[in-house]
Write a protein that binds this ligand. Structure first.
Ligand code: PEP
Ligand code: MN
Length: 266
């Protein structure tokens, strides 16, 4: 393997500061919010409740990479206007997925972090495009990507000059069908030991089942994750997308409290 920018031997651990949140420091970061931005009122009430319990970063999808082209594709720019306005009102950084190279520049006006979704991890043109920005990039693991393919995807971003890459483990496809994906926490230990980028774990997509999210969030932190991403909603069952893996705000609160206890031991 050639010398990689992300290799631990190439420099110090990367810490990413977004407003007053630091990813890659000692304190685990919690990112939460709905799978999809549904409307202004719902987004604001979810955001307010998450802010109240001390969630660091608000998530919400506007461009949704749905498996079926016939299901809801997201509110697109209208959704991003909502997310931006809620984030500003609550003074919370926001993250959203961008899927198209043509949308990258315009999105800089709307979001504090760009998410590259699992389905786009191999979209090298998109990776290069976000690499030309200075925004932090959450790079999700492709659902069938090996750890080294994922690292190379991160290199595509970093080679363009943007070292603000946050890896996000979100589970991979295996023969197991009980859960939506198999959450590969081995990757967390590997990344922490061998690479410079911070890594977070999306335990909603990683399990697909809301009742598994609390346990696996703690497991992710125990494995060394720098943060957790959890889909949450004021009425999880009514979520437009990914309802089955979306938890209540109260559950996020409990997970956060337990992570804080675990941090003390670690
Ligand atoms: C998401 O975060 O809403 C999402 C679509 O995730 P993934 O790309 O991991 O499937
Ligand atoms: Mn989702």
């Amino acid at each position: 393997m050639e010398k990689l920018i992300g290799d631990i031997k190439s420099g110090s651990k990367i810490k990413i500061k977004i407003k007053n949140v630091i990813i890659g420091d000692n304190k685990r970061v919690i990112i939460s919010g709905p799978c999809t931005i549904e409307n202004y009122d719902i987004m604001l009430s979810i955001g307010k409740k998450l802010k109240d319990i001390g969630v660091d970063i608000l998530r919400g999808g506007a461009f949704k990479p749905r498996t079926s082209p016939y299901t809801f594709q997201g509110l697109q720019w209208e959704g991003l206007k909502i997310l931006k306005s809620v984030g500003e009102q609550l003074n919370m950084p926001v993250v959203t997925e961008i899927m198209d190279t043509r949308d990258v520049e315009k999105s800089l006006d709307y979001t504090n972090i760009i998410q590259i979704g699992s389905r786009n991890m191999y979209n090298y043109n998109l990776l290069k495009e976000v690499g030309k920005t200075k925004l932090p990039i959450i790079l999700k693991r492709g659902m069938s990507a090996s750890i080294s393919e994922w690292i190379y995807a991160a290199e595509y971003i970093m080679a363009e000059g943007n070292l603000n890459v946050i890896l996000c483990e979100r589970g991979i496809r295996t023969f197991e069908s009980y859960t939506r994906n198999t959450l590969d926490l081995n990757s967390v230990a590997v990344i922490k030991q061998k690479y410079r980028m911070p890594i977070i774990v999306d335990t909603s997509h990683g399990t697909g089942l809301r009742e598994l999210v609390p346990n696996m969030s703690l497991a992710a932190v125990a494995a060394g994750a720098d943060g957790i991403m959890i889909e949450s909603h004021i009425n999880p069952e009514d979520s437009i997308s990914d309802a089955r893996q979306t938890v209540s705000i109260d559950t996020v609160k409990k997970i956060k409290e337990n992570i804080e206890k675990l941090e003390k031991i670690l």
